[in-house]
Structure formats: C-alpha cells, structure tokens
Design a protein around this ligand. Structure first.
Ligand code: AMP
Length: 112
C-alpha cells in the first residue's frame, strides 16, 4: 500500500534497523522503544490489523519469528512480552498489522 509506512520500510524506501527478513515477514527495531529491547514483526503483505487476518500460518509465523529473535538475542530466558494492538481502543497507530516484542525490563499488568 503506497502510503503505508511499514510497506515503505519493506520496500526499503524508509530506513529501519532490520533484525530478520524472509520471503513473508520482516522484523525491525521500533523507532520509539518502550523497553530496552523493542522490535516489531510484520508480514510483507499489507494486512491492516487482526480483524483482517485470515492466514493462520502467517500469523503463527509472526510470533515464532519473534521468539526466534528473542532466543538469538539471549533474552528469551528472562522473558518478553508480545503485543498486537488493534484499532483505536487497542492503541494501534500504524495500520499494517504488527507484533510488538518488548523485553529487557520487568513488565507490569494491567497494561496502560
Ligand atoms: P502501534 O501503536 O501498535 O500501531 O505501534 C506502532 C509502532 O510503530 C510504534 O511503537 C512506533 O514507535 C513504531 N514505528 C512507527 N514508525 C516507525 C518506523 N519508521 N520505524 C520503526 N518503528 C516505527
């Protein structure tokens, strides 16, 4: 999608600190990190949010990719939080589905 910031990152038109890439997904550091470790995993195809997600394998791949990166970067044992915001009440600000992975500090509950 032309005016989607994450599609522009996928195309390489906007710089990002890429952690992982394959034919279906891309992972990159969040530009406004909310924890010492904070990255996003996105599908390369434009899907606006969880309401539009139909591909179970692709959705599973987002979380498995996040877990693999957590293992690779050695914070899987201490733990991390995976978050997917949906629409306005969910706090979604970028309309290209993405899984947040946050780590490196104690998370609290309930989330704000
Ligand atoms: P959400 O509020 O769940 O839609 O999350 C969107 C996330 O995208 C926020 O955490 C932003 O900091 C992050 N973000 C927005 N633009 C960029 C960018 N150009 N590169 C990396 N992360 C971004």
């Amino acid at each position: 999608m032309e005016d989607c910031i994450f599609c522009l990152i996928i195309k390489g038109n906007i710089p990002a600190e890429i952690l992982y890439e394959d034919e279906r997904v891309l992972a990159f550091k969040d530009v406004n990190a909310q924890a010492p470790e904070h990255f996003l995993v996105i599908p390369k195809e434009h899907i606006s949010n969880a309401n539009d997600a139909t591909d179970e394998a692709l959705m599973g791949r987002l979380s498995i990719t996040a877990a693999n990166i957590a293992k690779e970067h050695k914070f899987s044992e201490n733990g991390y939080r995976l978050v997917m915001n949906c629409n306005s009440d969910g706090g979604q600000t970028v309309s290209h589905i993405h899984l947040h992975c946050l780590a490196g500090r104690q998370m609290t509950w309930p989330p704000g």
